[in-house]
Design a protein around this ligand. Structure first.
Ligand code: PXL
Length: 272
């Protein structure tokens, strides 16, 4: 049976991050993707590409979840941008009702290109209601600094401390994405399985075309879990998948370059 995978996330109207990244990634993994939209992000080319986040009514998020789960439990799910406390509550309710147990929480707290943080009440609700249910959570350096309350993380050692502190919030496993932000000559992530640390390294890719990398990474882990990989194998494969997607990043418009979700499988060669 094909594996069913859900993202509860925002829509990135520019097409590279958010639920667009998730659904494209789910498809590349050969899983059947569903999305519950929590907010719509638009960018205005007439205003220097300024971002606006418009949340969806929580009752409409609930209705989407009801539709999606009409066929029963799914194989895995992830969350990204969550929009409202109501959407977070509806997501938790759904997790409990259907006994969902393969859950990736990507704690999207800020969108690249905006300094606007998600509302503090959303971060608190996500921490309280979703992190304890997470199989794994995938904060970037900034998000890990906020969730761990350790502030700026500037070394692998601090990333490890943050991962440990975040695991105390409830997720079984944590991967802190250092990526290019750490300023080392490698892209380094710290993966903590609740007992031991693994340092995951890949080549730094000299590109600005990396919009959507974080969402794609979490989506790839989710699809890997749905297909029965161990968490560690899902993380390692997701890193390779994202690495290929960044390698083949595309300049989509004058403002932004996106990762290419089809890179790993050479999707551009299909249907010719
Ligand atoms: O990359 C974070 C992110 C998540 N979700 C949505 C986004 C973005 C960044 O643009 O638009 C919907």
């Amino acid at each position: 049976m094909i594996k069913k995978v859900l993202t509860v996330a925002g829509s990135d109207s520019s097409g590279g991050a958010g639920l667009q990244a998730d659904l494209k990634t789910f498809q590349e993994y050969g899983t059947f993707g569903f999305s519950a939209v929590t907010s719509i992000v638009t960018m205005d080319p007439d205003e220097g590409w300024s971002h606006t986040v418009t949340p969806i009514e929580p009752t409409l998020v609930e209705k989407q979840l009801k539709t999606i789960f009409a066929g029963g439990k799914l194989d895995a799910m992830k969350t990204g941008m969550l929009g409202t406390v109501g959407a977070i509550e509806a997501t938790r309710q759904t997790i409990d009702t259907y006994n969902m147990d393969q859950i990736v929480i990507d704690p999207v707290i800020a969108c690249k290109g905006t300094s606007e943080l998600l509302q503090p009440e959303n971060v608190a609700a996500m921490t309280r209601l979703l992190l304890p249910k997470a199989t794994i959570t995938t904060p970037n350096l900034v998000e890990a600094g906020i969730l761990s309350e350790l502030g700026d993380l500037t070394s692998i050692d601090q990333m490890k401390q943050a991962a440990k502190k975040i695991s105390l919030l409830g997720p079984k496993q944590v991967v802190v994405k250092g990526g290019h932000r750490l300023g080392l000559d490698k892209a380094v992530d710290v993966y903590y399985d609740g007992q031991t640390f693994n340092i995951l390294e890949s080549e730094l890719i000299a590109t600005d075309y990396n919009h959507g990398a974080g969402c794609t990474f979490a989506a790839a882990i989710t699809a890997g879990l749905a297909k029965g990989l161990t968490v560690k194998k899902a993380v390692v494969l997701a890193k390779a998948f994202v690495n290929a997607a960044i390698q083949q990043g595309l300049k989509i418009n004058p403002y932004l370059g996106h990762v290419w979700h089809g890179a790993y499988n050479h999707a551009e060669d299909r249907m010719q």
